[in-house]
Design a binder for this molecule. Sequence first.
Ligand code: NAP
Length: 274
Amino acid sequence: MKRLLGVMGDPIAHSVSPAIHTAAIEALGLDYEYLPFRVTPERVGDAVRGMRALDIRGMNVTVPHKERVIEFLDKLTPRSEATGSVNTIINDNGVLIGDTTDGEGFLRDFEMIFGPVRGKRALLLGAGGAARSVAYSLAAAGCGITIVNRTSEKAESIKSMLRRSFDDIFVEIGYNISDSVNNSDFVINTTSVGMIHPEETPLEGSYLRKDLGVYDIIYNPPRTRLMREAESVGAATANGLGMLVNQAALSFVSWTGKRPPLELMFEAASIALF
Ligand code: NAP
């Protein structure tokens, strides 16, 4: 009998997670089915309880439920506990465990492209939900972090979270953007600036230089203005499609115990998106 997996969010119709996971399920010939579920905010508790009743093996959680879902779960992994975010629920014989694979998915892709981050410095633009997971994984891997965000309280909250979670981590709030870029090896955009309005950028092009690695976690559009301006000064760039695929792959391993084919997942994501 097939076991169920899925993703809950609101809206959910645009999600490419079903395409990514279905590609892996079919390639490995597994007895699973992955479905999208539109769950409105007031039904999050019902949806989570339903996982136990229906023996749904696993669920991805997306906007706007990544924090809200926590109160309905039995346990959290340390990284979910620290970041206050869940993107993956594992139903372990009725015990619902919350995990977040966003940060680790980011880090895997990032290190594959730009090499090890240990001992390096990253300028993190943004301090929203995705930034918390990205910052946690960077810090866990030994990368120093400068956070710049429009709302400084949120940057302070990430700084406190990192200080609580890790000893000996370099973390600061960047107040002077020029110094912050100059002291960094990488620029990582975790804001949504450049997504809806492609002409906008979270960092003026004049700050960019050739030896920076620039990663934009936005994947649609695939080349943001930040990336285009970085490329024009000769900097290496990447978008967030690899983060999306790698976070999915990590969830997939938790549920099925199988290593999924990353290349096929990339292909499925690209076809679904573009
Ligand atoms: P979020 O929690 O709403 O955070 C949004 C961030 O963007 C905040 O730091 C916010 O600053 C900043 N921001 C928004 N509009 C801004 C503006 N006009 N000027 C300056 N800063 C602005 O969202 P999220 O869930 O972290 O997602 C952020 C982006 O990451 C989205 O584009 C999302 O699609 C993408 N994402 C990608 C992946 C992936 O797998 N590649 C995964 C998750 C998210 P304030 O704090 O000042 O409001």
